[in-house]
Design a protein around this ligand. Structure first.
Ligand code: ZN
Length: 507
């Protein structure tokens, strides 16, 4: 700033000296005050409008033109009898050429003043109305208005609004830039060109800027020392991240902002499951540009020791009247299970399903009406799965990621159509057949091993009673009761859609 002021002062002083010198040289103060000067406009790159000021009605003004700086000059027009602004047109110009103009003031046929020579190059008009828009891909589309007489346009790009580089030449008044990255800012301008008339290239257009959204971060989370720690990788261009957490009303609310690539949430209760999303952002030119929300990251506030034994209790055919009691037993013992629900029953026991999900249990898909899927068409199978997914989403806000086919019935068509990993079992309690608390308990305790998937049905009273005892007994024997997804994670399995799993033992 200081420097600018000093320079301005200096140039004023310098001009002053020049003016004084000029006065000395001409020795005529009047002439210096009414300096004759030409101004011009190029109209439609096909004619030149020349303008000057007249200060006397008695003078004749003679406008002259030459095709070279040194002349010869020939008269274009003469104007007289007026004061104020006088004008003259030069209609006989061609694109890309340079012309030289001057105006002379005459009184009684004598030249009494002469303007400096004005150099005018006839170029294409500046391209107007430039706009830039980011599109999926990512790519950027630039459009502008057509310029008269142009046969094409040069497109320039910059990433700092200062240094522009030519990135293309097009015939139409639009350009798509595919060489762009998310999270970046690009500035564009264009110049009109005419074939074989490089010298007629128009002045650069105004600048259009595009602010590319950063990519949404990929978030993972873990429960460490009574806190949930979220981490994500760096997103190109992003310099800050907003963290959102799903509240009890099912809405994502912002809980914090950080410039780091991690965030710790200490407002968590042990045993509860939480959902998070993260938004990447950057600020440029006074704007804040945000990514879409990341995919949800679910974190259970509980620690699982991968070195200890673990099994997955699974309950089919619910939700029913005993589901809530089982959820309460699990909650009391800090245990989790997986419920494969029948979609058509979810609405009747919505709160049980929600409660199960909230304590970290997993809700899987057990079809909508419990048919043998191997007898259905692909379309019917998909319908069974999708309707149940919707019901579970309605109750828990989460889409089931696992599926259990009724009767364990799977064929190639089912594998194709289900679109989720299919979880069978390694211990079948046959609780539906025996309807016996003791037999159900014995079926488990007599055979259980690390990595087992245990099948029960939460619609029978003896099963409910057996489950509450089993939860305690298994824990006493050193088993951690985890969901199928946790079991897979800690035993090193990546559950794959269309694949069938019976157990998830250490390999
Ligand atoms: Zn079933």
């Amino acid at each position: 700033m200081k420097w600018m002021i000093r320079r301005q002062k200096f140039s004023r002083w310098y001009l002053g000296i020049l003016l004084v010198l000029g006065l000395f040289c001409t020795g005529n103060m009047v002439k210096a005050q009414t300096k004759l000067a030409l101004d011009y406009e190029i109209e439609g790159s096909e004619r030149v409008l020349l303008k000057w000021e007249s200060d006397s009605e008695d003078s004749v003004y003679q406008l002259e033109r030459a095709k070279a700086a040194a002349g010869p000059f020939s008269v274009l027009t003469t104007v007289s009898g007026k004061t104020g602004q006088l004008t003259g047109y030069d209609e006989n110009v061609s694109l890309g050429k340079t012309y030289y103009y001057k105006v002379k003031k005459l009184q009684d046929g004598k030249i009494i003043e002469e303007s400096a020579v004005k150099t005018v190059k006839i170029i294409l008009e500046k391209a107007e109305g430039i706009k830039a828009k980011s599109l999926k891909g990512p790519k950027v589309k630039i459009t502008w208005n057509k310029t008269r007489k142009a046969t094409g346009y040069q497109v320039y790009r910059s990433t700092n609004a200062k240094k522009f580089k030519k990135i293309g030449v097009v015939k139409k008044n639009e350009f798509t830039d595919v060489n762009v990255k998310s999270g970046k800012v690009y500035y564009y301008k264009v110049r009109a060109v005419k074939k074989n008339r490089e010298s007629a290239t128009g002045n650069p257009s105004d600048v259009a800027a595009v602010y590319m959204k950063p990519a949404a971060p990929a978030v993972t989370g873990s429960y460490v020392k009574k806190k949930i720690k979220l981490t994500w990788g760096k997103t190109e261009g992003a310099d800050s991240y907003d963290i959102y957490k799903k509240n009890s009303k099912g809405e994502y609310k912002k809980i914090g902002t950080t410039k780091k690539l991690h965030y710790t949430d200490n407002k968590v209760k042990k045993g509860k499951s939480y959902l998070y999303k993260v938004v990447a952002a950057y600020s440029k030119d006074g704007k804040t540009v945000k990514s879409k929300k990341s995919r949800q990251c679910e974190v259970l506030a509980a620690s699982i020791d991968p070195n200890k034994k673990m099994v997955a209790l699974t309950f089919d055919d619910g939700p029913g009247q005993y589901t809530k009691d089982i959820v309460n037993c699990l909650k009391k013992n800090d245990a989790k299970a997986t419920f494969f629900v029948v979609g058509s029953q979810v609405d009747s026991y919505k709160s049980s399903v929600k409660a199960a999900s909230e304590i970290g249990c997993d809700i899987g898909n057990h079809t909508y009406t419990h048919p043998d899927l191997s007898r259905l068409s692909e379309k019917e199978i998909k319908n069974q799965i999708n309707r149940t997914d919707k019901k579970v989403e309605g109750a828990t806000g989460k889409t089931p990621t696992l599926m259990r086919p009724p009767y364990g019935s799977v064929n190639g068509k089912v594998e194709q159509a289900v679109g989720k990993p299919m979880i069978l079992w390694s211990i079948d309690t046959r609780d539906w057949e025996t309807r016996s608390k003791e037999k159900t308990i014995n079926a488990v305790m007599g055979h259980v091993k690390d990595g087992d998937i245990i099948l029960m049905h939460d619609i029978y009273k003896p099963t409910k009673e057996a489950a509450c005892t089993l939860i305690v007994q298994l824990k006493r024997k050193g088993y951690q009761l985890v969901t199928v997804r946790e079991l897979a994670k800690y035993r090193g399995y990546t559950l794959t859609r269309g694949k069938v799993y019976h157990s998830l033992r250490k390999r």
